[in-house]
Design a binder for this molecule. Structure first.
Ligand code: PHE
Length: 503
């Protein structure tokens, strides 16, 4: 009928419940000479079969003898053994100590009980003599009683004393009281596990016995998650930065103020990139709390824009706080680099840093196969004393070498916040031409000095998009299949992991 031990035992349990109407798992274990834990296992398995049985858990405490307690139960208490070891003519204490186990405790307990006495003035040295003619070893008797019969035969005082003497300990025993359940039966019918559409259609589910839900079950492990290609390439780039000793910048704010996105970067307030055509302005809340920018820094930024300073002429046009406090969706992660460099400038002593970030930016562009209104930027920033254009080219070459891009070219360009500025090109073997892959430069003193960075510290930086290398790597020719509402999840499942062959 059943093919495993647990079920056989489960059926035996059912038979006993049927016969007696009410059983206790502990008593059943004694009766069947079976391990109590196995009985409990059988009860647990019965509980999963609907309402076959009712099982009520009960926790009992009971006293058990310790090893020492068992020794006392068989050989007598320590004090009794001392008493019996003394011959009628008495003996020396040293002799008792040598021959009787646990004589030290036994001796003092026997003295306390008045069973023995010391004769200090005896001829030939002090002696121990029996004082009582006869003794009764109550402890031994009680422990034997406890061993044979669990019903309470000892007084609380005795139990406390024996516990203190470490002769007995209290243990907790969990057992079950079992009675018949509403669906009691002597046979175990394997319940249905799954509700099928057929059962629903035929109505057979009404009479079927279903296995109860086990809310503690771990469930079926997922057969592996799938990372979006952008995330896979992101992980590869991140790894390279980390290997080169760069620290990741916190980029978790998509909404940014114009101040950090443009003004701190010495981008003029009249610059076309600030236009609503290129930038998404946030309508709620429209302005950011500009008071969070330290006022002295704000003033220095204002001055360098409007009047110049630090050897610069500035833009010589009015600079307005109302422009700087506008909330926008950040147009580049360089806004985060600006925040981090300002923070760095506030350190008591300047320390060289290498930062990176890879996160989302937003530009109000008409979307086509290669442009979306949002994309990801990869940005690297290195700050140290005396960095030059040579360092910039060297670091960038090293970075791209790790990506297996060795043919690099730099082309001068213009950025409001870097001087010099250089576009990065790499030779595309497939297209057989040089393609633009990024932008770079050395941050202008008009940006760094108002922050409070020491003179002589230069900061080199470069940025590239994450989408472009991802599209090349995964041979995707329309960016809209990569991000946005048209993404097909199957594309995410099917694409293999990104492996950059590193040098
Ligand atoms: N912020 C630039 C962009 O959005 C990239 C860049 C980063 C350029 C750092 C120079 C230095 O294209």
């Amino acid at each position: 009928m059943s093919d495993n031990m647990a079920e056989t035992l489960a059926e035996v349990v059912l038979q006993h419940v049927d016969k007696k109407g009410h059983i206790n798992s502990l008593e059943l274990a004694t009766e069947l000479k079976e391990d109590h834990q196995k009985i409990v296992g059988a009860i647990k398995s019965l509980q999963s079969f609907g309402e076959l049985i009712k099982a009520e858990q009960i926790v009992n405490k009971r006293w058990e003898l310790t090893d020492e307690g068992r020794d006392v139960a068989t050989n007598g208490s320590h004090e009794a053994r001392v008493y019996y070891a003394i011959p009628d003519a008495g003996t020396s204490q040293a002799q008792i100590m040598k021959t009787v186990p646990n004589a030290k405790i036994g001796f003092s307990k026997a003295m306390q009980a008045g069973w023995i006495v010391m004769d200090k003035k005896a001829e030939g040295g002090p002696k121990v003599n029996k004082k009582a003619d006869k003794i009764e070893d109550v402890i031994q008797k009680n422990l034997v009683k406890l061993q044979q019969d669990q019903t309470d035969s000892l007084t609380d005082e005795q139990k406390a004393e024996y516990k203190k003497r470490k002769l007995i300990t209290e243990v907790k025993i969990t057992s079950y009281e079992i009675t018949k359940g509403d669906n009691f039966s002597l046979t175990i019918e394997k319940p249905e596990v799954d509700l099928t559409p057929e059962m629903l259609q035929s109505g057979s589910w009404k009479t079927k016995n279903f296995k109860e839900y086990n809310f503690d079950a771990l469930g079926i492990p997922p057969n592996g998650g799938h990372l979006h290609p952008l995330l896979k390439v992101r992980a590869a780039y991140r790894q390279i930065f980390l290997e080169m000793g760069f620290t990741e910048m916190p980029t978790n704010n998509f909404v940014e103020s114009c101040f950090w996105n443009f003004d701190a970067l010495f981008q003029p307030q009249q610059h076309p990139a600030r236009d609503a055509h290129d930038t998404f302005f946030v309508s709620e809340p429209q302005v950011s709390d500009i008071k969070r920018v330290p006022p002295d820094y704000l003033q220095r930024v204002k001055r360098v824009h409007a009047e110049g300073g630090y050897g610069s002429q500035g833009y010589k046009v009015e600079w307005k706080t109302e422009e700087a406090e506008k909330n926008i969706l950040r147009t580049h992660t360089t806004a985060v680099s600006a925040r981090m460099l300002y923070k760095l400038a506030q350190q008591e002593t300047f320390t060289p840093v290498k930062y990176f970030s890879i996160d989302r930016v937003f530009r109000n562009e008409t979307t086509d196969a290669t442009h979306l209104a949002e994309f990801h930027q990869i940005e690297g920033v290195v700050a140290d004393y005396g960095l030059t254009l040579g360092n910039l080219m060297g670091i960038i070459e090293e970075f791209f070498k790790k990506l297996n891009i060795t043919k690099l070219r730099f082309k001068p360009t213009y950025n409001p916040y870097t001087e010099p500025s250089m576009e990065l090109f790499s030779y595309h073997e497939g297209l057989k031409k040089w393609v633009e892959i990024g932008n770079s430069g050395i941050f202008r003193p008009e940006m760094l000095l108002p922050m409070g960075l020491p003179e002589g510290v230069s900061v080199i930086a470069w940025g590239l998009s994450l989408e472009r290398p991802t599209m090349i790597k995964y041979k995707i020719d329309d960016i809209r299949t990569l991000i946005g509402p048209k993404v097909d999840l199957q594309m995410v499942y099917d694409n293999p992991i990104c492996r950059v062959e590193k040098h």
